[in-house]
Design a protein around this ligand. Structure first.
Ligand SMILES: [Fe+2]
Length: 374
């Protein structure tokens, strides 16, 4: 008999009346994430880490640092020198300028020209968490840059590598492209609906707090709707939490050897591995998480799932053990519960979030506390 779960990417499907995971008629359908913008106090330090992580430098001035991957397109990360370090927001790539006009008309904003260095146009919006979200089009495309030839693998019965040793070099992992960004929000449901309705994103997987499924999901892995063109399982992931903040961003590399050797290179230089190497469940990526010198979490990934627009959302409980199929257990650093400055800030956020009017209440706090130990 055929296993009814064969072909299902999540543990379960939706129950009647649950969130459908897509908007009936979104304003536009964005094609991808274009870049992320940050402020950092020390561009030398940021550049040194970026090169060790496997970025190439597209632009460097005393005030700005643009990082690119080897794939053609816009730079993946824009960093501006400032007094402190801060995530400014994501930019999504629209199909064309007509979509920007449609988006501007629907939101009472305007289409503005981006700086000459980037080229193209932008509509700047504010999401329900207060984050600036840019939607851009017609930006300058950087040409593809050189990346190492793929390794020849002897796999199963196929052995194309004869009389040659396998020697992946211990060099920075060449970043190909920006894959996704993960955000935490105190207004999960409102923010989720905003992205689905305005940017046409669709949900690949929902997670809920164990025992609280009837209160709705608390995390969503969201992809672009490009019809029959397959896209990353998630371009944006959002999770309910006590504060509105950046969680991590992920950059695609060629394969496991590139990821692992690049990890050895980062470790040799004294950088801090947060969690890895493992293989995720939602999205299936092989992952490796690092802390940059400003404390931002960044991920190398490879071999992720690609879905077209036909797949419906999967549903599963949110647990720390459910974050990976294999690999070391999720670390306290990755889960944000390592004693220190960051967890203290999060602790203060708990008290604030419980007082304010948002979706994070005592019931949700109890659900979240169970995640780390389950
Ligand atoms: Fe990720």
């Amino acid at each position: 008999m055929k296993d009814p779960h064969t072909g299902l990417h999540g543990e379960q499907g939706a129950l009647p009346g649950e969130h459908p995971g897509r908007a009936a008629s979104p304003v536009v359908k964005v094609h991808d994430l274009a870049w992320l913008e940050f402020e950092k106090p020390d561009l030398e330090r940021a550049e040194m880490f970026a090169r060790a992580f496997g970025f190439d430098v597209a632009l460097r001035t005393p005030a700005e640092l643009h990082l690119r991957g080897a794939d053609p397109g816009a730079p993946c990360v824009l960093i501006r020198r400032a007094g402190g370090s801060r995530f400014l927001g994501p930019a999504f790539r629209a199909a064309d300028r007509t979509d920007l006009t449609r988006l501007a008309d629907a939101t009472g904003t305007t289409v503005t020209a981006l700086p000459d260095g980037l080229g193209g146009w932008s509509v700047d919006l504010i999401d329900p968490s207060g984050l600036r979200v840019r939607v851009v089009s017609d930006t300058h495309d950087l040409a593809a840059s050189a990346s190492p030839a793929p390794l020849v693998h002897n796999f199963g019965d196929a052995a194309p590598r004869i009389n040659a040793a396998q020697r992946p070099p211990r060099v920075p992992a060449t970043v190909r492209r920006l894959g996704h960004v993960v955000l935490q929000t105190t207004r999960f449901r409102r923010a989720l609906d905003w992205y689905l309705e305005h940017l046409g994103l669709i949900v690949s997987d929902f997670l809920y707090y164990d025992g609280q499924r009837d209160r709705g999901p608390t995390m969503a892995f969201i992809r672009c709707d490009r019809g029959t063109t397959p896209t990353d399982h998630h371009t944006l992931a959002m999770t309910l939490g006590p504060s509105n903040r950046y969680v991590h961003s992920a950059y695609q590399v060629a394969d496991l050897d590139v990821l692992a050797a690049g990890g050895e290179y980062l470790r040799d230089r004294g950088y801090h591995r947060s969690w890895g190497i493992g293989r995720h469940i939602q999205g299936s990526q092989i992952f490796d998480y690092w802390r940059d010198p400003d404390g931002f979490l960044v991920e190398h990934f490879t071999d992720g799932d690609l879905f077209d627009s036909t797949l419906e959302p999967g549903w599963a409980p949110m647990t720390a053990s459910g974050l990976a199929q294999w690999g070391p257990p999720a670390t306290k650093d990755f889960l944000g519960i390592e004693p220190g400055r960051r967890s203290l800030a999060e602790l203060r956020a708990f008290t604030r979030a419980l007082r304010e009017d948002n979706e994070f209440d005592l019931h949700r706090l109890r659900g979240l506390l169970k995640v780390a130990t389950s």
